[in-house]
Ligand binder design. Structure first.
Ligand code: SER
Length: 317
């Protein structure tokens, strides 16, 4: 039986991934950890530890005590937060990964999951249908740490046979858990503000296209990648993963189909330069061919889900 450790379980991906893995593998077999006390949705449904991802000894102790066989390492500083504290972002993102990879070899773990991002790509990458293999020159510290991390994952796989798997997530859009300092977070805030105030001032310009994905698809895709037979995996760099692409103007139009008097205006800040360096759309044919990836949600079906769940969560009629 697999016993899973989630590091960064209180983050935007961590909350939903922990819930999905607990459903699939049983509550007691999914040990959640974060530097903060348990997120309300993770209270009383499985083991929980407070863990600082930089504390390798404490991580090893939990791995041994709980007889962990798989780790999902989700703790990270994202693109916008990372630009405010580049050295800190590098330290947290790289130290946590290298520690976990070492631990994976030493403790003979079955599998490790570590997320990468479209942030690995930069202004010199082709922006339309960005291929799996292409020019990769990230310009944010987050992107640099993700690309270096992908290379480390590939190295540990080739050198030590460690089964470490990864996805280049696009912007992830969720309602259960809060986003954590990314450039794509506007696409969550916009739904909340549309419901609360019928008005949103966007920190990206109206035609800034970015690849995006509804969290349900991302969680399912992650578990499908982790459960895929090992011989299906043809790359040990992270897989490109895609669902939809839209601009702030287009997501606003999708919301206006349900809230006709919703208004958007634009006041781009430092995050505009980050967005301008990233792809507009992603070619994920390798993920589709190798292990059967398929998205379920597009912009309009996601808008229906987001508005109805957030309406209930925020208590708005
Ligand atoms: N959503 C992330 C960010 O904006 C991209 O991986 O930083």
């Amino acid at each position: 039986m697999e016993k899973i450790l989630i590091i960064g379980a209180g983050g935007q991906i961590g909350v939903e991934l922990t819930l999905a893995l607990r459903k699939a593998y049983g509550n007691d077999n999914v040990v959640a950890t974060d530097i903060k006390p348990a997120h309300p949705l993770l209270k009383d449904n499985g083991p929980y530890y407070i863990l600082d991802v930089m504390d390798g000894d404490a991580t090893l102790e939990i791995v041994k005590k709980e007889k962990i066989t798989q780790i999902y390492l989700l703790a990270a500083l994202l693109s916008a937060t990372g630009e405010k504290a580049p050295k800190k972002a590098w330290d947290i993102n790289m130290t946590s990964l290298l520690q976990t990879l070492e631990l994976g070899v030493q403790e003979k773990l079955n599998k490790i999951y570590w997320p990468s991002s479209i942030a690995v790509f930069g202004p010199t990458t082709p922006h339309d249908l960005t291929p799996q293999k292409t020019v990769i020159e990230p310009r944010t510290v987050y992107g640099v740490s993700k690309y270096a991390g992908e290379l480390w994952c590939q190295y540990y796989n080739q050198r030590w046979g460690l089964d470490v798997r990864s996805l280049r997530y696009p912007g992830l859009i969720s309602w259960k858990s809060e986003p954590g300092g990314g450039t794509t977070d506007y696409a969550i805030d916009i739904y909340i503000e549309a419901l609360k105030n019928k008005h949103y001032t966007c920190f990206l310009s109206e035609n800034s296209y970015l690849p995006m994905m509804y969290m349900d698809d991302a969680i399912r895709g992650t578990i499908e990648l982790m459960e895929a037979p090992v011989d299906k995996l043809k790359t040990r760099m992270a897989y490109n993963l895609s669902a939809m692409s839209f601009s702030p103007k287009e997501i606003a139009a999708s919301i206006q189909k349900h809230i006709p008097d919703f208004k958007i205006d634009y006041n781009p800040d430092f995050r505009q330069a980050i967005a301008d360096g990233w792809p507009k759309s992603i070619d994920d044919s390798a993920a589709r061919a190798d292990w059967g990836w398929k998205n379920n949600f597009d912009l309009d079906s996601m808008t229906i889900e987001m508005l109805s769940h957030l309406r209930e969560k925020l208590g708005i009629k």
